[in-house]
Design a protein around this ligand. Structure first.
Ligand code: FE2
Length: 131
């Protein structure tokens, strides 16, 4: 049986344009809001066309030692050039980059997943330590 987890690809975002990039401090302060930026294509740009684009990014936080992650953001990128005149005619394209803030009192892992309209599901993660 194929499981969703088997379809989540991961790679070094510096070499693979689909891997989500998570930018945040590695050390954070207990209970203080921390800024997180998630994007796709930071090092190698991903196409942003009607037929081929990044459709969404989701961001989770898994506190150390816990079993279940908390979803802290879910973002859809909903314009990719389409219009009444057809594909790639509107000149409007949403870039796959988002920022959010969250706070935690525990160290843990920020995880991001993303979806390419052609190349499927991708994931990445980043450890953050509460000082
Ligand atoms: Fe792609």
């Amino acid at each position: 049986m194929t499981e969703l987890k088997d379809l989540l690809q991961s790679a070094d975002w510096k070499k693979e344009k689909h891997a989500p990039v998570i930018e945040s401090p590695e050390k954070i302060t207990k209970g203080e809001a921390v800024s997180v930026k998630a994007s796709v294509g930071k090092e190698i740009a991903h196409p942003n066309m009607t037929a081929h684009h990044i459709r969404w990014i989701e961001i989770y936080f898994l506190p150390a030692g816990e079993k279940f992650p908390y979803q802290i953001g879910k973002f859809e990128f909903t314009s990719h050039g389409e219009s009444g005149q057809g594909a790639d005619t509107s000149t409007v394209y949403t870039a796959p980059e988002v920022s959010l803030k969250f706070k935690t009192e525990k160290s843990g892992t920020i995880l991001a997943s993303s979806y390419c309209s052609i190349h499927g599901l991708w994931q990445s993660s980043k450890l953050v330590t509460v000082e």
